[in-house]
Write a protein that binds this ligand. Structure first.
Ligand code: SAM
Length: 377
């Protein structure tokens, strides 16, 4: 645990007149010795050499300006001050464990609420999607050389690959909640010899960055999953420099229309819309980008709808968009949709079959993404 306790104001200060910082490792050291009864066993438990452990102990006693142990016949016995330190320290360690568990629980809940999940199929879908609509969404994803850009909610790095390659003279920091996605993203950049990005596990509601440290922020398909996008936008404003820009790309499932028309396909799409709503998200957020950015205080907002239109003349879009992006997305939520009873198994199957029909001869498919750009004044 990489936590430091500033002791002057905490409960230990009532016992010791501490002018220096005690670290969690000192608390763990005393706690472990108290539990296992000897320096040798404590060293084994903490994966330290005995001399490293003795050194830490001396360091602690020097900091406390008092002895924690009497050493009698090679045995350690807590002094009265040592007992106080041991008991108060154990309380603090318990509190830290509780804190760690509750933070991890929040993270787990957010990961569970993410409607698409983190399966291999979803990794493939994100990569297919990014590749298929790359020109449409990214012809203008260009920032001035030397920029430092935050990509928030980078997932497996499907968009990262595109924007890092087209901005080789800028640097990117890409964050996501999911460790699993980030390790896939790391593999991807190694395979593609991309050197201008660093990945970091982080929650966009609490970014581990200083104020005003990024020139630009880039987000793709993230706001649609958040319970409170306005709070995340506040955090993006905090880390953006004045004069910096935010670029947001989101979908809008309400913009889907296709031929042949099908009630079953509509029902399956509705199931995905409801699921995401139940998890706090909004699949139709694309059309709201202007008001959302405006309410967040961004200026000079420009939104451009980017429509995907597919017919028989675009076989690569039939494969890449209708089948591998859109229908794969609806198919991907089947299990959750059935478990939450938003649709029956037969209805879901019929809907997916009918979506595939739009990819057969004579079918057509339309979907609109929205890309917004705005400035922080
Ligand atoms: C639909 S994916 C998009 C990934 C990537 N931007 C792309 O377009 O391929 C959404 C990503 O947002 C991440 N995410 C959701 N909530 C988040 C949060 N609070 N903080 C950071 N990442 C989050 C998810 O883990 C997921 O990887």
């Amino acid at each position: 645990m990489a936590l430091f306790i500033r002791t002057e104001a905490d409960q230990l200060s009532s016992v010791f007149n501490i002018k220096v910082m005690i670290e969690v490792r000192h608390l763990k050291l005393i706690d472990t010795i108290a539990k296992v009864g000897s320096l040798k066993k404590a060293a084994e438990k903490l994966f330290l050499t005995q001399s490293a452990l003795s050194h830490q102990l001396k360091e602690l006693e020097a900091q406390l300006e008092t002895q924690v142990f009497y050493r009698i016949n090679n045995q350690l016995h807590f002094t009265p001050a040592g007992k106080e330190f041991r008991d108060a320290g154990a309380d603090i360690l318990n509190q830290l464990k509780k804190l760690e568990n509750s933070v991890q629980q929040i993270n787990q809940d957010q990961l569970r609420d993410y409607v698409h999940g983190y399966s291999e199929e979803e990794t493939k879908r994100l990569n297919d999607q990014a590749k298929t609509v790359s020109d449409l969404l990214h012809w203008d994803s260009i920032w001035e050389d030397g920029s430092l850009i935050l990509e928030a909610g980078c997932g497996v790095g499907a968009q990262t690959k595109i924007i890092c390659s087209s901005n080789p003279a800028s640097n990117f920091i890409a964050v996501d909640l999911s460790e699993k996605s980030l390790s896939q993203a790391n593999e991807m950049v190694k395979e593609n010899d991309i050197k201008n990005v660093e990945f970091k596990q982080a929650d966009v509601f609490d970014l581990p960055f200083d104020d005003a440290c990024f020139d630009h922020v880039f987000i793709c398909f993230l706001l649609e999953h958040l319970k409170s996008p306005e709070v995340a936008l506040k955090e993006f404003k905090r880390v953006l420099k004045k004069g910096g820009t935010i670029t947001v790309i989101e979908g809008d499932h309400g913009s889907t229309y296709f031929y042949p028309e099908s009630k079953a396909a509509r029902k399956a799409i509705e199931a995905q819309i409801s699921l995401q709503k139940m998890n706090g998200g909004n699949t139709n957020i694309g059309r709201q980008l202007y008001p959302i950015l405006n309410d967040a205080g961004f200026k000079d907002i420009k939104v451009s709808p980017r429509q995907v239109y597919v017919d028989d003349s675009k076989p690569e879009m039939i494969e890449g968009f209708i089948k591998n992006t859109f229908t794969a997305m609806i198919r991907g939520v089947t299990e959750e949709a059935l478990s939450k009873k938003v649709i029956s198994s037969q209805e879901m199957e019929d809907g997916i079959q009918d979506l595939y029909k739009t990819a057969e001869g004579g079918g057509t498919f339309c979907y609109t993404f929205f890309k917004a750009n705005a400035i922080l004044e």
